[in-house]
Design a protein around this ligand. Sequence first.
Ligand code: GLY
Length: 342
Amino acid sequence: MKPITVNSERSYQVIFTDNLNRDLSALIQGRDVVIVSPKSIVAGYRASFPAEHLLIEVADGEEQKSIQSFGKVSEELAASKLDRNCLIVAVGGGATTDLAGFLAASYLRGVEWLAIPTSLAGMVDAAIGGKTGLNLSAGKNLIGAFHSPSAVLIDQRFLSSLSERDLKSGMAEVAKCGFIDDTQILNLIGENWRDNLSELIYRSIAVKAKVVSDDFKESNLREILNYGHTLGHAIEKHSKYFLRHGEAVALGLRFAAQLSFEFSGLSSHHLDKQNQVLDTLELNAKYPKGSWPELLEIMRSDKKVRGGRLRFVTLSALGVPTRAENITDQQLEKAFLESIGE
Ligand code: GLY
């Protein structure tokens, strides 16, 4: 597959590889390397990376994106006394690339990094676009920096070690790319998403690369990548990260489609079509209705809220994103109950 170029504060390539060792060595070129990776996946690939590289092991999942974990990995890196010419290589899911990318943005005021995403959500979303950061108890990704990697290496063989749950959860971000832009993605999911996985990954990365190249710092267009994420992030936090990111986003997507239907002119046919895609992927459809007051409060603390006003990315048709604001709390609650509340 041809590499995809992302243009942001620097231009870099998303490289599709079937020989990770060879392509990684070409990018490293004798530099001091620090691999940041969760214990649970290190064992699977460590033998293929030169042993002299410093390895910093991190926790699994969102736990690694805490201030405490960041402090620990920063101390480990500083103890190695590596200079500004070092290269941080993140090997893991979205939480790992977010953490390691932020480490790269901050260590010695900024060093280069490479992203090697091992989860589907990491490949199509988190590792692309240069958003890096940590969670605070007040919310997800409240501390962070825009700091693009020097390259992203996609080795789809990592996907074979994912659980069914993680694979399906990652598909929520793939479907999102179909809802907001490339509607051919929706047809490919409908035909047989497992057989079409390589093309789905390629097309989703192409959507993300196009959007990020147009609006790296999210002044407007990049917001469309947040379709379904305002409520999705709130549900993820409300569930205490029991739900995977994509599972929570799938709920947020159903809610956002309902808002689209009610406030942005999305037809009932497109509303149903969107929800059928999520059903095909067997992604979550319901969340307890009693949680609404807390979800509303969490949404209000989202970093995307400006002047206390909730603003949502919505669709006027599949593939045509727009925005909806000034929706009253009662209207939001009604949309929640009609879409996912049970
Ligand atoms: N995950 C949304 C973005 O990268 O902007």
